[in-house]
Design a protein around this ligand. Structure first.
Ligand SMILES: Cc1cc2nc3c(=O)[nH]c(=O)nc-3n(C[C@H](O)[C@H](O)[C@H](O)COP(=O)(O)OP(=O)(O)OC[C@H]3O[C@@H](n4cnc5c(N)ncnc54)[C@H](O)[C@@H]3O)c2cc1C
Length: 384
């Protein structure tokens, strides 16, 4: 935490207090009823969480990437779904700040900063999410606008987001293929339907949807930055933020699992002593804490590198890979420590176990992260 200024430590502290006082007491009920957390999202708006990436003149001072990561981790420590509800939103905010035209920035950013307008990004298609350049959603020029046809899937918060950063092809014949890709700033309207809410293992309370575009019309000025063909590069930059965010979510879930396990291991007794004093249980706790500490350092390292403006796809990939695999292992070990109670829906550890795999698969699977890391290792001539 030393990389954060005193002011930023206060921001993280405020979110930590919110999580402990307002989220943790209600999360189990919301989770099991799969209820959209209306009141908690409203509180996150009041706390300024949706404006963390929006600078003046549209918002207040944005926080640094390390602070953003630590806020994300705190939210995920309470409920991963809350961190998910602000993840895509802040990626889109950063895309607008970096690449938007002045008109696009003035139109969207002030209302995104307050959370009045929520945003999501739509990349994945039913035919696949890893090979994005093979996408089939096409926006064809028609008069002074575009007509969009295609389908997207697994789009988080799609019903409640007024703004959808849609990755699509404006030139399906372009070679190389990424030159034909653009980000369209789409809004709900005729021709765009949310066709289905997908049932899920975890990540409850927030919707993950299929979107269908059928003759959907977008105005000519809806292309992010106003120039076609730059969308792939723009989105890859956005994914650096997205992957740090997902890594931070994993950190929060792992931290929650560890905290519960540490507490339980001191309360529960067997053979006349607290179970942590049995070496097998103590070793689990030691390994959990060691891996989590390493994961935290990787997340902060990637975030600091982002903050200095350096390329950080490899570092974000490493953070996401390691933190998510750590969260999964820590969640399972927390179940071990809890014995039979670990398998009970009256405890929280089963939720961590269901939430952790999303960070392995989402925002580019860990196989894809390894691919990014290996390519960068070769391109950079090894580790710096
Ligand atoms: C709850 C949830 C929320 C999501 N939210 C969003 C969202 O808001 N917006 C959005 O756009 N997407 C979202 N996604 C989609 C997510 O990003 C994709 O699921 C992910 O990128 C993988 O794509 P896929 O499911 O099509 O898997 P595929 O691409 O079909 O991959 C299947 C398997 O093959 C492996 N594989 C594929 N290609 C390679 C390769 N070259 N090398 C090695 N292995 C490979 C993958 O690692 C994986 O194991 C969400 C997903 C979930 C589950």
């Amino acid at each position: 935490m030393s990389v954060l200024s005193a002011e930023e430590r206060d921001v993280v502290g405020t979110v930590r207090t919110f999580v402990d006082r307002e989220v943790r007491p209600v999360v189990r009920e919301l989770e099991h009823a799969d209820t959209y957390p209306e009141a908690l999202i409203a509180r996150m708006k009041e706390l300024g969480v949706f404006g963390l990436a929006v600078p003046e003149p549209w918002g207040e001072a944005p926080v640094s990437m390390p602070c953003y990561a630590m806020v994300t981790a705190e939210l995920a420590r309470g409920w991963m779904s809350l961190a998910g509800a602000m993840g895509g939103h802040t990626v889109v905010a950063k895309l607008l700040v970096a690449f938007g035209t002045p008109e696009q920035q003035d139109r969207w950013l002030p209302r995104m900063a307050t959370g009045e307008v929520r945003a999501t990004m739509a990349l994945t298609e039913p035919g696949g999410g890893s090979d994005l350049q093979a996408m089939r959603t096409v926006a064809r020029r028609d008069g002074d606008g575009y007509v969009v046809d295609g389908a997207k899937t697994w789009i988080t918060n799609a019903r409640r987001s007024q703004l959808i950063a849609l990755l699509c092809k404006t030139d399906p014949t372009a070679q190389p293929r990424h030159r034909g890709v653009s980000v369209l700033l789409a809004e709900h309207g005729p021709g765009l339907s949310v066709s289905r809410d997908l049932p899920k293992l975890g990540y409850k309370g927030v919707e993950s949807c299929e979107l269908s575009f059928d003759g959907y019309r977008a105005p000519g000025d809806a292309v992010l930055g106003g120039v076609e063909g730059r969308g792939f590069a723009q989105m890859m930059t956005g994914l650096e933020t997205g992957r740090i965010q997902v890594a931070a979510r994993a950190l929060g879930v792992g931290q929650a699992a560890f905290d519960d396990a540490l507490r339980y291991a001191q309360e529960r007794e067997s053979f006349g002593r607290p179970i942590w004093q049995h070496q097998s249980v103590g070793n689990l706790l030691a390994d959990m804490a060691t891996s989590l500490t390493a994961a935290r350092q990787l997340v902060l390292y990637a975030a600091e590198r982002y903050e200095t403006g350096q390329r950080c796809d490899m570092e974000a990939g490493m953070a996401k890979l390691f933190a998510s695999e750590t969260a999964m292992k820590v969640a399972l070990d927390a179940i071990r420590v809890h014995g039979g109670h670990g398998y009970s829906t009256e405890f929280d550890v089963e939720r961590y176990f269901r939430d952790a795999p999303l960070m392995i698969v989402g925002e580019g699977t860990n196989e894809i992260q390894r691919d990014v890391i290996a390519r960068q290792l070769v391109a950079r001539g090894g580790l710096e």
